[in-house]
Design a binder for this molecule. Structure first.
Ligand SMILES: [Zn+2]
Ligand SMILES: [Zn+2]
Length: 206
């Protein structure tokens, strides 16, 4: 075991793999990185993120806290540069905060897509936003989600409202849904006979 007893936690070894530039600049990690682009290094007997190590060294921590406010702890980049390990660009956050930060900056992986699930483009005219009260974080911040207007209005046409405000599926929608179900069922059970296609029981003759 070359790195027994935490001997691998060597700051010199860590910094030798970093291109240290100006105080305000990003300091890129030069050694191996994960498939998401984060630098990684064998540290304390396990593979650790380079940005996480940088944060621990800067704040003289032996380990990062696992949880904060009931959420997983993440080290966030103010510069959005995953390769960067400049401690001035790193801060302690939670996975939830990190996701929210990404969404706000349009870096969330779902926001990289050009179209909605059904192929409608995410143009300004076609993108709507909603902020349902159920999507409130613990700190009271409101989450906002986006939706495809084309899909939204299409879905809306599948329902109507009764006088007492209850939502009902239109007959046309029910028919389409059932036809689709029938299709799927027939695909999965090629030998099955659907109702209506069953041979009728011959009437017993007296
Ligand atoms: Zn940076
Ligand atoms: Zn759509």
């Amino acid at each position: 075991m070359p790195w027994a007893n935490g001997a691998d936690k060597n700051p010199g070894r860590f910094w030798s793999k970093v291109e240290v530039l100006g105080a305000d600049e990003c300091w890129p990690w030069t050694a191996s990185s994960s498939n998401k682009g984060y630098g990684k290094l064998w540290w304390g007997g396990k593979c650790e993120g380079a940005h996480r190590i940088s944060y621990m060294l800067e704040h003289s921590l032996d380990e990062l806290p696992k949880k904060m406010d009931d959420s997983r702890v993440d080290i966030m980049h103010s510069c959005d540069n995953v390769k960067c390990v400049n401690p001035a660009h790193l801060s302690l956050g939670t996975a939830m905060l990190n996701q929210r930060d990404k969404t706000a900056k349009g870096r969330h992986h779902m926001h990289q897509r050009k179209t909605c699930k059904y192929g409608h483009e995410w143009t300004d005219e076609n993108t709507g936003f909603m902020a349902p009260p159920s999507m409130k974080a613990k700190d009271g911040k409101q989450w906002v989600s986006r939706y495809c207007k084309t899909c939204h209005s299409k879905r809306g046409k599948n329902y109507y409202y009764t006088v007492d405000g209850k939502r009902r599926q239109t007959d046309e929608y029910k028919k389409r849904k059932n036809a689709r179900r029938r299709e799927l069922y027939a695909e999965r059970n090629p030998n099955a006979k659907l109702r209506g296609e069953m041979p009728r029981k011959p009437k017993e003759s007296k």
